[in-house]
Ligand binder design. Sequence first.
Ligand code: GRF
Length: 207
Amino acid sequence: KRLAVFVSGGGSNFKAIHEATLKGSVLGDVVVLVTNKGDCGGAAYAKEYGIPVVLFPRRKEPQPFSPSDLVTTLREFKVDFILLAGYLKLIPVELVQHYQKRILNIHPSLLPAFGGKGYYGLKVHKAVISSGARYSGPTIHFVDEEFDTGRILAQRVVPVCAFDTPEELAARVLHEEHHLYVDVVAALCEDRIIWRDDGVPLIQSKE
Ligand code: GRF
């Protein structure tokens, strides 16, 4: 399967997925990286590995590029699935409609708690700690038109320790994110996702 990864930051999830494609534990190829920050760590990593980088959104330079231009570009790359990995912009409706049930996002809390606009980065972990919640962990969900509201596909649980700083909790969750995203993308590429009658997606384990 042909994968597009969207990042805004360091791109550690992107690296984990890309490494899994090179090892063959994910039967797919990252064919394009999309970023809103051309100088982020994820973009640098993509360039190092010869993965084309597309800047989006982009207002002027090198030329205006609309959401439908992005859809056209992704179609040219023959993208099957889009993986959001720390991409902090809302996904244009055109893209959501064109790639129905084919866009995933990872969020660093147990959704539906601590999600939505404004919950990103360390803010998520600060809110989890101050709520007194004893568990947190990453969620992978399909993407719809809003932030963090699409159907939940997979979660992992990590403890929130008594005197955690947001940074410590973030690191514990991020470590789990890398494993979870690789496992989920492996399932996606092997067509192991099924949809329950009520619309909830499930992962079938390998027989
Ligand atoms: C992760 O915590 C992810 O859940 C969130 O942004 C962070 C991205 O980290 N959406 P990285 O760029 O993959 O290192």
